[in-house]
Write a protein that binds this ligand. Structure first.
Ligand code: CMP
Length: 506
């Protein structure tokens, strides 16, 4: 399809060329006639003093007309070389600055030639070099222009950005898509569709942030939640919500992470890589919208920048009972506690403390001392061993499973690392609560000693499993009993003398 604007420009160009050619032709053919006509006109107008200048006036007119023709030739030549030969034939898009330099140099050369022809007696070079005042005037007038010109050339040589890239310039942070780099300025189109022209000179002095076209440039969207909302849940919900937002790169998966623990809530950021950076404003907005809806569905809350008055009330009996009942059910479902009576399990439920751990958090470290065991309320953990700088997963434990019993019951250091695989809530059972149960449930000790023996085997040889060895369980059983049974009180005969005790005289 033909472009009407281009057609108009071409028609205008042809019309101007025709007029100038006619004028040049006229002045060349009717030179003598013109001079004579102008002289008699000046005399008639009683400007006789100017008749000696007639030739100069006509020569200046010739210079102007020839120069105009030269300008039109340069424009045509520029189009021929850069649009027809280089762009259409070779597919090379020359930068605007190169085209401008080409035009300026070509015009200057033609102008000097024309000047020499029109004024053969005037030495143009001498005119420029010997006139100091002219030089100063020209220098001052062209100071900015030349600065822009050379800054433009150095930018073209460096090529820090190209047409189509998004740039942010200087302290005023002009941000937009580069549309053109001319000998004077960089033209950018902002995301509000405004055109901003930045002088090359200014741009050369300012820091410029470049987001190249075709590069995956990161973008950030921030949001926040109340402190009561779980980070693991928030991150999961947001990651799912933005997964298929258009323009979010599939090559680099978006990252959702905590950015700050703010005054009124937990601040998060979504870091994503748009496929087309120039559309990132729309993508940011869509991501925010998806987050809002996802929060609604998942019962998450945005934090307002408000002051929160926290009124702490003692838990209402009903509430505490509800929480306790859930813990009781969890403990009752753990197979090792099956032999316990309902009252014993209820007593245990009151004694436990609950804790929550983040995904990936290491909360038992091999070699540490430990005096409690844990039941998994929600989530999953991995039992891991570190060997020669490598980590080996020995087992994965889920809801209702327990761990940490080895150190608690035998007094030995923790045998392995425990790492949360997802957000995990555990119920901690301390030494005192366990001891109370052991006193009334000898079966529990026996069951646990078998489990510990089996787990120890798993730790020692998960690569080459060995058959269960009853002797090992028996050994563990007696060491648990020893650890949990306080040493018998020393007999009076062996007791150290008590200096405070006064023995009555016989
Ligand atoms: P403890 O040694 O106190 O701390 C690490 C815990 O990992 C350990 O108690 C066990 O509860 C658990 N553990 C060790 N080995 C295994 C295994 N083979 N299978 C399941 N759990 C294990």
């Amino acid at each position: 399809m033909t472009n009407p604007r281009k057609n108009n420009k071409l028609a205008f160009f042809l019309m101007v060329t025709a007029i100038v050619v006619l004028a040049v032709y006229g002045i060349a053919c009717f030179d003598a006639l013109l001079r004579e006509g102008l002289r008699s006109h000046l005399l008639r107008a009683q400007l006789g003093g100017l008749t000696s200048q007639t030739d100069t006036i006509i020569d200046v007119l010739r210079l102007v007309l020839f120069s105009s023709l030269a300008y039109l030739v340069v424009v045509a030549l520029n189009t021929l070389v850069f649009d027809l030969i280089l762009r259409l034939r070779r597919g090379f898009e020359a930068p605007a600055l190169v085209r401008n330099v080409f035009s300026i140099v070509a015009f200057m050369v033609l102008f000097c030639l024309i000047f020499n022809v029109v004024f053969p007696k005037v030495n143009l070079g001498a005119l420029f070099t010997t006139s100091a005042i002219f030089g100063v005037i020209l220098g001052l007038a062209l100071q900015d222009t030349l600065g822009n010109f050379f800054a433009g050339i150095s930018m073209q040589a460096d090529r820090p950005f190209q047409v189509g890239d998004v740039i942010t310039v200087g302290a005023l942070r002009h941000k937009g898509i580069v549309e053109e780099i001319t000998w004077r300025a960089i033209k950018i189109r902002t995301f509000s569709n405004h055109v901003v022209l930045i002088n090359n000179n200014t741009a050369a002095k300012e820091p410029i942030e470049v987001c190249p076209r075709g590069n995956l440039n990161a973008c950030f969207v921030v949001f926040n939640t109340l402190y009561t909302d779980s980070p693991a849940k928030t991150i999961h919900v947001v990651r799912e919500a933005i997964r298929d937002v258009p323009n979010v790169s599939r090559i680099m998966a978006p990252v959702v992470r905590i950015r700050n623990l703010g005054d009124s809530g937990v601040d998060y950021e979504v870091k994503y890589w748009p496929e087309d950076y120039t559309l990132h404003d729309d993508t940011d907005a869509l991501i925010r919208q998806r987050i809002w809806y996802a929060f609604r569905r998942a019962n998450l809350n945005f934090a307002y920048p408000t002051r929160t008055l926290v009124v702490e009330r003692k838990p209402r009996p009903g509430h505490a009972d509800k929480d306790n009942a859930v813990i009781l059910e969890r403990l009752a479902a753990v197979d090792i506690f099956a032999p316990l009576s309902r009252e014993e399990t209820a007593m245990l439920a009151r004694a436990v403390k609950s804790h929550v751990y983040a995904p990936g958090e290491l909360f038992i470290r091999a070699g540490d001392a430990g005096s409690s065991m844990f039941v998994i309320h929600h989530g999953r953990v991995s039992v891991q061993l570190r060997e020669d700088g490598h980590t080996r997963s020995v087992a994965t434990l889920g809801e209702g499973a327990f761990f940490g019993e080895m150190a608690l019951l035998t007094g030995e250091p923790r045998s392995s690392d425990i790492v949360a695989l997802e957000e995990t809530k555990v119920l901690e059972i301390g030494h005192a609560a366990m001891k109370q149960l052991f006193d009334t449930n000898p079966v529990l000790v026996e069951t646990l000693s078998h489990i510990i023996a089996k787990r120890k085997q798993g730790l020692a040889a998960s690569a080459h499993p060995m058959p269960a060895n009853p002797a090992v369980s028996a050994g563990i059983l007696s060491s648990i009993k020893r650890f949990f049974t306080p040493p018998p009180p020393r007999s009076a005969a062996h007791a150290p003398p008590n200096p405070d005790r006064v023995t009555p005289a016989s």
